[in-house]
Write a protein that binds this ligand. Structure first.
Ligand code: NAD
Ligand code: TDX
Length: 339
């Protein structure tokens, strides 16, 4: 039987990187292609141990570069596409929204055209719960797949736009697509601009941790490996055209998350510094994953087991994140925060 080709976009980033490793190990009979532009958020050092595997390939390219992407698809004739590549940080979308439209919207449309051209078996678009907007603190309902899209940040608006394009390619051209909308991920290789790795890396250096506003905003956390398993399931079992929410009912206020990390690292809460709130800061996200559970998915980590595993990973892999925070990241941090 001919080997199937699975293209993963954004496979040098946090979730895509974990997914590439998961797929290379799990599907030896398939060829896994990692396509990534290697922006500030992408790095290949995380893939050192799979670089020599015969079912792993890397292609450096911009998903929005139409001619190059179409030519690549025509040459390789991918069977499956799992699309992670994106600008992913809400704070950066507030200071520089243009690149979010270019990568997240235009880039997704180029991939959809390329996928149509070679009749892919499945296109999985990895989206986010942020497209649903925010929930009130006292709301008794969660985000379901039927919740209307009401994105509030330029990042979530660009993701919602790409979701609508994906949907339209199914409705108009019959492209076999799925959209997954996951809650906040955490775990190994999470870029230290995001709350959890930022807190771990700063607490380990006895530096102040910036908490936006009053710290009462709520996020619903899922370990990245549970997200990878969900996407693998949707890739194989998802009904074409359907949306699947992904989440593990792990709602925590930001202050609870930061205090948990500080406690597990044996440091003092004096490290917390309340800073100016994020513009348009969504109050609360919370996912109803029933539809995905009915497909056969359930998370393997609780927040408690996952956060301990993650902290241990950051302790064991200091060279990975120390290299990141000592480079260009330092300029970003100084512009973003006054601590
Ligand atoms: P990330 O920022 O860590 O990684 C993004 C990757 O995409 C990087 O490797 C980067 O180099 C690459 N990339 C950026 N622009 C590109 C371009 N023009 N062409 C090719 N590659 C490009 O992001 P992440 O946190 O791993 O998120 C991955 C996906 O999952 C995103 O689509 C995001 O919206 C979605 N998502 C993230 C979360 C989360 O909590 N992090 C939750 C739900 C959904
Ligand atoms: O320094 C900080 N202080 C702080 O209080 C940072 C970076 C964040 N926060 C708050 C803002 C949020 O309420 O913590 C919460 C989490 O922030 P982020 O880690 O930036 O994640 P969020 O904005 O919730 O978005 C993430 O989850 C959904 C990902 O970055 C998105 O890509 C994904 O779609």
């Amino acid at each position: 039987m001919e080997r199937k080709k699975i293209l993963v976009t954004g496979g040098a980033g946090f979730i895509g990187g974990n997914f590439v490793q998961y797929m290379v190990d799990k599907y030896r009979q398939c060829d896994i292609y990692n396509l990534d532009l290697l922006t500030y958020a992408g790095d290949l050092t995380k893939h050192k141990h799979i670089e020599t595997k015969e079912n792993y390939y890397f292609v450096k390219a911009d998903i929005a570069e139409r001619e190059k992407i179409i030519a690549l698809f025509e040459k390789e004739k991918f069977d499956y596409v799992v699309h992670f590549a994106a600008e992913s940080h809400v704070d950066r979308s507030i200071t520089d929204p243009g690149v979010f439209v270019q990568t997240n919207v235009v880039g997704t449309q180029v991939l959809l055209d390329a996928s149509r051209a070679v009749d892919v078996t499945k296109f999985v678009h990895v989206s986010t719960d942020e497209v649903y907007g925010e929930l009130d603190f006292d709301a008794t309902t969660f985000f379901t797949e039927e919740t209307p899209l009401q994105p509030n940040s330029p990042y979530s608006a660009s993701k919602a736009s790409s979701d609508l394009l994906v949907r339209s390619y199914h409705e108009t051209y019959g492209l076999p697509v799925n959209i997954t909308r996951c809650s906040n991920n955490y775990g190994p290789y999470h870029f230290p601009e995001k709350l959890i790795p930022l807190t771990i890396s700063r607490v380990l250096k006895d530096q102040k941790v910036p908490v936006y506003g009053d710290g009462k905003n709520i996020r619903d956390w899922l370990h990245v490996i549970d997200h990878c398993a969900a996407i693998d399931l949707v890739l194989h079992e998802g009904v074409n055209g359907e949306v699947y929410n992904v989440g593990g009912h792990n709602e925590r206020t930001n202050l609870e998350v930061v205090k948990t990390i500080i406690k597990l690292l044996g440091k003092a809460e004096e490290l917390i510094e309340f800073v100016k709130d994020r513009l348009g800061h969504d109050k609360r996200y919370a996912i109803d994953p029933t539809k995905l559970e009915n497909l056969g998915w359930k998370p393997s980590y609780t927040f408690e087991t996952g956060i301990s595993q993650t902290i241990q990973w950051y302790l064991d892999n200091k060279e990975w994140w120390e290299k990141i925070i000592s480079g260009e990241y330092q300029n970003y941090f100084e512009k973003q925060y006054t601590l």
